[in-house]
Design a protein around this ligand. Sequence first.
Ligand SMILES: CC(C)(COP(=O)(O)OP(=O)(O)OC[C@H]1O[C@@H](n2cnc3c(N)ncnc32)[C@H](O)[C@@H]1OP(=O)(O)O)[C@@H](O)C(=O)NCCC(=O)NCCS
Length: 210
Amino acid sequence: MASVRVSSGFYHVPQRPGLALWKAARHFLDTQRRRIVFQACPDPREKYHPTHSIAMKPFDIKLAQTRDAQYIAAMSRDHIEHGLGWKYQQAQILDAIRDADTNVIIAWRESSLAGFAIMTYQGFEAHLVLFAVLPADRRQGAGTQLIQWLIKTAEVAGVQTVTVELRTANTIAHHFYESLGFRQLESLQHYYRGVEHGERMALDLRRRVG
Ligand SMILES: CC(C)(COP(=O)(O)OP(=O)(O)OC[C@H]1O[C@@H](n2cnc3c(N)ncnc32)[C@H](O)[C@@H]1OP(=O)(O)O)[C@@H](O)C(=O)NCCC(=O)NCCS
């Protein structure tokens, strides 16, 4: 067993990621989440966003439940898959929620869904499958909170690289991932159903500090 240092002490993880590990890391982080999110925050009712000069209201990050699937699917259709057909419908999102090697998380604020992210894990790699924040809730740190949660989980579980694909034209997402330390790996010609170019970006967790 290897030891990973987290804010609250040491958490023991096996050398190789496996099914039980994902469950353990996920539940561990769920119970520790408030401490991680609020550790730099003087007022626990507000989240300190390091790239903003003002304290911002936090989003609540939780694991998605089956009842969330229809809303996540609709967000994917409207804000991610537009112009490409609708692949991630309710049934596919339900499969992801039930899959032991996948984390589906949501961001809530004032009892309404603001965003979601889906990450799958295989060996030492994690892949960000789908990710969106509703237009009204953008640029307020929800996307950062979602991805930081997934990155923290991946780190605890011993993942070395996080990858994501995005449309080449999606410069906002490119900036977003860059702001979190992702770098472009390669261009993907006609990647999106043969009609749109894409690119792959990656975050190397072995070189990440903090
Ligand atoms: C990409 C997306 C999830 C970002 O969510 P968000 O909650 O707005 O992101 P954050 O508020 O945490 O932004 C973090 C940083 O990302 C960058 N960023 C976010 N939106 C940006 C924009 N419109 N223009 C330039 N940079 C932007 C900035 O560096 C920002 O930090 P700052 O606000 O301190 O400048 C959101 O724009 C979205 O849902 N887009 C449509 C779906 C999509 O493209 N998904 C990704 C597909 S791979």
